[in-house]
Structure formats: C-alpha cells, structure tokens
Design a protein around this ligand. Structure first.
Ligand code: S3P
Length: 174
C-alpha cells in the first residue's frame, strides 16, 4: 500500500478552550473546500444535550469516554475532513494516538491571558465555572502543555492573530 499523501489526510485542530479551533476550522473548510466537524457538536448531537449538561448530569469521565469512542468512529471514515476537537481531548494518551492516526494535527497555542479575555463572559465551559477562572486556565494549560505539544505536527502561536491569518498560516505550512 502506498504512503498517504499529505493533501489526502484529515486536518485535526487541537488546542485549549478559546484557542479558535471552531472558527479556524470553519475558515479552513471554506478555503480548502473540505467539510468540517466539531467533535463537541457531534457528541452533543448524539447525546441530545449540551456539553455542560453532559458534565452536570453524567460527569466529566462519561464525557471523556464519549470523546474516545467518537475518535474511534472518525478513524473509520473515508472522507477528507477538518476536525476541531474539544480542548481536553489530547489529555488521554489513547486519544493522542487516535488524533495522530486521524491526520495532520495542528495545535493552536495561545497564552492564558488570551483565553481569559476571550472566555471571561462564557458560561458554556463547565471547567471554567469557578471562582478564579484565570488561575484555572493557567493550571490546565500548564498540565496539558506536554500533551498538546507531543501530539502536534504543526504548532501555530495564535495570540494576536485573527481567524483568517491563522487559517492562512496553516495552509502555507501544510
Ligand atoms: C473542554 C473543552 C471544551 C469541551 C468541554 C471540555 C476541556 O471544548 O470539550 O467543555 O477540557 O478543555 P472547547 O475546547 O471547544 O471549548
């Protein structure tokens, strides 16, 4: 079997909450004429409720199991796609392998200050509904840094860049 060419692979966007995965995915979809899928949305559709409700009713561990199960089903799809995945997906070692086998993994890296500015009014991220969201962002980013970096084929430092610029840089570097 011949090796898969780069342009035949899926593109997989990883990164912290608020790093711009969903909007960059949409932009890439438009520019590359490829379908885009957001794994949080696929899980919400399957479960019939929002991620925050899944966390509240069934717990984080259940949500994490759904993420892994979904990645396994995506690996079997034939279509070339752009996938944006939840910020915590790469934390599980098993998921990192699944993400890598899915395609070219692009890590949208942002500083905690950027995340905080973008998400300070947000109520949809259960992990940030706490007394000191900035401290939580710093802590999670520190804990996850290695997971993100070790599974990335490409790292984009997205602070101060808009969606178009991030998408253009990914296309340039592909
Ligand atoms: C999470 C990120 C969220 C969502 C869930 C948990 C995380 O996705 O999967 O709230 O652990 O970082 P986004 O990165 O799309 O916000």
């Amino acid at each position: 079997m011949s090796a898969m060419r780069k342009e035949d692979k899926n593109l997989v966007l990883i990164g912290f909450m608020g790093s711009g995965k969903t909007s960059v995915g949409l932009r890439l979809s438009y520019r590359l004429r490829r379908p885009v899928e957001d794994t949080d949305k696929l899980i919400e559709r399957r479960e019939g409720c929002a991620v925050s409700e899944i966390f509240a009713r069934k717990g984080e561990e259940y949500f994490r199991q759904q993420e892994t199960a979904l990645l396994k089903t995506l690996a079997e799809r034939k279509q070339r796609c752009i996938y944006s995945v939840g910020g915590g997906t790469p934390v599980r070692r098993e998921n990192r392998q699944l993400l890598k086998s899915l395609g070219t993994v692009v890590y949208l890296r942002v500083r905690p200050e950027t995340v905080y500015e973008r998400l300070k009014e947000d109520s949809a991220r259960p992990l940030l509904q706490c007394e000191d969201p900035f401290a939580r962002i710093q802590e999670l980013l520190r804990d996850r840094r290695e997971a993100y970096e070790s599974c990335a084929d490409m790292i984009i430092d997205g602070d101060g860049m808009d969606t178009d610029a991030v998408a253009a840089e990914i296309i340039d570097r592909m």
